[in-house]
Design a protein around this ligand. Sequence first.
Ligand SMILES: [Fe+2]
Ligand SMILES: [Fe+2]
Length: 135
Amino acid sequence: MALIEWKSEFSLGVSQVDAEHKELIELVNRLYTKVRSQEHDPTIVDFLEELYTSAAKHFAHEELMMQARRYTAYEEHHADHQRLLKEVTAMMFEYQDGVLNNMEVMAERLYDWFCIHFKTHDAPLHRLIHSYIKL
Ligand SMILES: [Fe+2]
Ligand SMILES: [Fe+2]
């Protein structure tokens, strides 16, 4: 079973952003499949690197959209993107160093990584963009 199932509420209605969110969820799910095997797998670090790259690109895209609309919560949203990139980097080094060896903890961190940010920061942005689309 996937760690995160795609839901219609994740959809922004802007196809490029939806595709980026789907890509991030797919990467998290692929990572979760590897993590569940419970064996030390050096390719997990490669996946985390791929997640970092895809996330950085997606965050830059969202930030451009926010800036274009003079989004008032830009600073908080940007700060949380920075936190998420640090969190991926932290997981990468902790896994490499053997500090992060409880795979349930890693799965929980991966779930929170996408879902908490989406709920607290992306969803309000999505509502704003939807109101623009309807105008
Ligand atoms: Fe997002
Ligand atoms: Fe975001």
